[in-house]
Structures are given as structure tokens and as C-alpha cells.
Design a binder for this molecule. Structure first.
Ligand code: NAD
Length: 467
């Protein structure tokens, strides 16, 4: 018996296979859901293709109505979605409720956006217009850190712009995506939205499929490379939101306690498993000792535990593979730096890591130059801002970064030199549905969110009329 079904061609389908879903706080399966065979995944693509012609002919108002209805349906079951998120993903309940709220907020904002015809030139000789037309079948593939938010927004952007959609969550976090599929079943015409789950075995089929026009992928840079190679064969449209190693540069004139708290929050949200989490901090030597001590106090006070327990600040690592990776980073932390708080694995069956602050560590350590995706934060000392900037930029990643100073103008000058898709000044991690987010260098291709994000789901067509 499965707790949630897939959505294929307007039918809720059990699945040719089953998928046990592990609660990372216990290491044990808490539910079983349906899982698609290759045949079922192909059926989902075919259904989306068949539904495209009529869906793309519907009015923008009707598409908006459906998308808003989906947001409303999620909001009605806000608590259920949040609890399911805690069980499958591990984050504390308050963070899970935030994820539900952000999802709904972003969808509702999308529904206010439009891609109207733009007139580029109008004179006695010509009228030239740009149109943004839907592409066809969009495949959305999501990772496990924000399973509800990331996949549902791909769905909303795709169908709002007149495409049809096949969604595939990460194998370890299928539940909330299937719950979205179950709501979509009651709202969208047959085949417009499809939701399939896998065991990391459908990616190739979906990204190579001749009937797929676009892939919207969020995940690691390594998998993104495979997706790009698959898409290339037929020049599918592609957006890739990939890994990051966001640096924060903290200047000597900050209020140490205030900034340490903000940096702690942006580094340890979701146990550090956030693409745009702060993953390394460069702190000026004059405040280094006080700053690391302030971070250590915050880490010491952060309660580690099951996300459903009241007071939990840091939940488990989402899956066993990532947990093993995090444990290797802990060894590196002990080897390459001075661990001043944390550094331990509490034990038990859950995938827990204590929040860890590492000082006296250099850029040569993998904990600084790789993406740890875990609650282990390296703090690097600097006395020359130019050196800190050079080191912050010396990475193949380029997702986000931040500069912190009591003098915003001083921080702004430095921010302009950071080589990332987003630079925050005196804050970090904040997103807004109208603001595009994308990675520089190997952190991605294209953007999500905002009008620019919506355009990624369309083909730009120019019509030139001679008068
Ligand atoms: P992952 O790359 O392992 O998996 C992501 C998705 O790709 C999963 O659904 C997986 O099943 C699927 N997949 C696996 N093999 C595939 C293939 N050959 N073809 C197509 N799809 C395939 O990533 P993860 O470990 O789930 O997520 C963590 C990573 O995601 C981190 O690097 C993080 O920084 C990144 N991330 C980036 C953003 C962003 O906006 N840039 C947001 C969230 C997470």
C-alpha cells in the first residue's frame, strides 16, 4: 500500500515499483510511495506532449487561475505539507512552514507576472515585435534540500507560460512533490501536470527524450554536467541551478555580535544544506577572535534534533550519502583547522552532525574550497581585503556571496568585484519572487524567478512587419 501516488496523464497511478522514504532523524522508512518504471516515465512525457496544444491555447487568465488554485490548495494543507517536509527532509518544523509559505508566496507572485508582446521599433517603415512563446514539454528535476519549493516553482513557471510539465523530485524526498501532484490532479486538465518519482534512474530518459523541449534542473554541478550533455543532442532549452560555495567577507568595522548572528543564520539554515548558504567566512584579523567566539556561542546554543521536536534548531543531514560526506568534512575540519565547537556526530540512527565552527583554517583546505553542504563552517582570517577578495573569487563556483561592513558604501565597492550571480550587502540568502537568481561560472546557466526567470520557459520570436 502506498501513501502517495504519481500523476501521469491525468490519472493518479500507484507505480510499477515502490519507493521507501527514510526519515533522516531516525534512519528508518516512514512511508512508501509509488515509483515509475521507464515506461511510466515515457507515458508522462507523452501525456504532457498530447496536452500541450490545448493547454497552450488557453488564456493567460485561465492558466493564472489554475496556478493560484494550486497555491491555495497547498495553503489549505499547510501543516500537512510542513510535517511531511520535516519527515522526508529533516528540517525543523518552523523552517518547513517557511518553505510552504515561500512556495505559496512565490507562486502567487508568478501569477501576477506577464510576458507581454514588446514593440522594439515602430516607424514609417517597420513594426518589430518580440513575442515569448511556450516551448512544449518542460521537465523539472529537483534536489532534496528544498523539495517542495524548488519543484513546485518549476511547475508554476512552466504551466503559467503555456508549457506542460513533467516533474521529478529527488529519490529521497518524493512525498511533498507527490502531494503537489495530487492537488494538481484536481485543478489542471489531464496531462498538463505530471509527477513521477524514481531511484536516480529516470534522469537520462527524461533529459534525452525527443519530446522534451526544456529541462529546468536544480542540483549538483556534477549532475548538471550530465544533464547538459544529454540536452545538447537535441539542443533542448536548459536552465541549470547548481552547486555553490558562497563566501562572506566581514570587514573590520562591523558590529560583531549582530553580524555573527546573521551569518550564523545564513550558514546553518537547513543544517547548511542550502545552495546559497554561507559556506566560508573571511573575517578581518582585528575582529577575528571576537567573531569566531560569537559564532561558537551561537553554535553551542543551537539544539540538534528531530525537526518535529520543539526547540530543534539543527535537523539531520537529509540522506545517508550526504551524511557520510559530511563526516569526511568533519575529519578534514579536525585535520586542517581548529574546531572550537561541535566536530562530533551525536550517534544513534539519525543522520545528525553537531553545528561546527572551524577557525585557523586556510583556503587550501577542501572544507574551504569545496561545497560542504553540512553544518560545518570554516572561518578564514585576513588582513588584506584584496587578498580576501581574490581568494573568495578563486573558485569554480559563483552562486552567491556577501560583504559585511558598518559602511555600506565601502561594502558596495567590494560587492561589485565579487564574481557571483548574487552579492548581498549586509545580509545573505534572501530571495524575492521578482528578483532573478542564477549562478556565475559552474554554479549554473540561466536564472530562476522574476520576469527573466519566466522568460527561460519561452522561445523569443521576433515578428517584423514591413509597412
Ligand atoms: P543531485 O545532482 O545529486 O540530484 C539532483 C536531481 O538530479 C535529483 O532529482 C536526482 O535524482 C537527479 N538526477 C540524478 N542523476 C541524474 C541524471 N543523470 N540526469 C538527470 N537527473 C539526474 O543533487 P542533490 O544532491 O539532490 O542536491 C544538492 C545540490 O544541489 C548541491 O550542490 C546544491 O548546491 C544544489 N542546489 C542548487 C540550487 C540552486 O538554485 N543553484 C538550489 C538547491 C540545491
Amino acid at each position: 500500500m502506498v501513501s502517495h501516488q504519481m500523476l501521469i496523464g491525468g490519472q493518479l497511478v500507484v507505480g510499477d515499483h515502490l519507493l521507501d522514504v527514510i526519515d533522516p532523524a531516525t534512519g528508518r522508512a516512514f512511508t512508501t510511495v509509488g515509483r515509475a518504471s521507464l515506461t511510466q516515465a515515457s507515458q508522462a512525457v507523452h501525456a504532457a506532449k498530447s496536452a500541450f496544444t490545448s493547454w497552450t491555447a488557453t488564456s493567460l487568465e485561465e492558466r493564472r487561475r489554475c496556478v493560484v488554485a494550486l497555491a491555495d490548495a497547498i495553503m489549505v494543507d499547510r501543516e500537512d505539507f510542513a510535517r511531511a517536509l520535516v519527515s522526508e527532509q529533516g528540517k525543523p518544523l518552523n523552517e518547513a512552514l517557511d518553505e510552504v509559505d515561500w512556495t505559496v508566496l512565490f507562486i502567487r507572485h508568478y501569477a501576477t507576472m506577464d510576458l507581454p508582446i514588446e514593440v522594439i521599433q515602430e516607424d514609417d517603415d517597420f513594426r518589430m515585435e518580440t513575442h515569448h512563446k511556450p516551448l512544449g514539454v518542460v521537465v523539472g528535476i529537483a534536489p532534496w534540500n528544498f523539495p517542495l519549493f524548488l519543484l513546485t516553482l518549476k511547475l508554476a513557471a512552466a504551466v503559467l507560460t503555456g508549457n506542460t510539465f513533467v516533474g521529478k523530485p529527488a529519490p529521497t524526498t518524493p512525498v511533498t512533490s507527490l502531494m503537489v501532484g495530487e492537488r494538481a490532479h484536481k485543478i489542471f486538465p489531464s496531462g498538463v501536470v505530471n509527477m513521477v518519482t524514481d531511484e536516480n534512474d529516470l534522469g537520462e530518459l527524461l533529459t534525452q527524450h525527443a519530446d522534451v523541449a526544456k529541462i529546468s534542473f536544480t542540483g549538483s554541478t556534477a549532475t548538471g554536467r550530465k544533464v547538459a550533455a544529454s540536452a545538447l543532442s537535441s539542443f533542448k532549452r536548459l536552465s541549470l541551478e547548481l552547486g555553490g560555495n558562497d563566501a562572506s567577507i566581514v570587514l573590520d568595522d562591523v558590529d560583531v555580535e549582530t553580524v555573527a548572528k546573521k551569518i550564523f543564520d545564513a550558514a546553518f539554515l537547513n543544517a547548511g544544506q542550502v545552495c546559497i548558504a554561507i559556506k566560508r567566512v573571511y573575517v578581518h584579523t582585528d575582529i577575528y577572535d571576537r567573531f569566531t567566539a560569537a559564532l561558537a556561542a551561537l553554535a553551542n546554543a543551537a539544539h540538534v534534533g528531530d525537526g518535529l521536536q520543539q526547540g530543534t534548531r539543527i535537523g539531520p543531514i537529509q540522506n545517508r550519502m550526504q551524511f557520510e560526506k559530511a563526516k569526511r568534512f568533519l575529519e578534514i575540519a579536525h585535520r586542517d583547522g581548529k574546531v572550537i565547537v561541535g566536530g562530533n556526530v551525536p550517534g544513534g540512527n539519525g543522520y545528525f552532525i553537531q553545528p561546527t565552527i572551524v577557525r585557523d583554517i586556510e583556503d587550501t583546505s577542501p572544507l574551504v574550497h569545496d561545497e560542504q553542504f553540512a553544518p560545518i563552517l570554516p572561518i578564514v582570517r585576513f588582513d588584506d581585503i584584496d587578498v580576501a577578495l581574490t581568494n573568495a573569487n578563486a573558485t569554480r563556483f559563483g552562486l552567491g556571496g556577501s560583504v559585511w561592513s558598518g559602511d555600506a558604501a565601502r561594502a558596495y565597492e567590494l560587492a561589485k568585484k565579487m564574481d557571483t550571480g548574487t552579492v548581498w550587502v549586509n545580509h545573505h540568502l534572501h530571495l524575492h519572487p521578482a528578483v532573478p537568481l542564477g549562478g556565475a561560472k559552474e554554479s549554473g546557466v540561466g536564472v530562476d524567478y522574476g520576469v527573466d526567470g519566466l522568460k527561460e520557459y519561452t522561445q523569443t520570436t521576433v515578428i517584423r512587419i514591413a509597412k
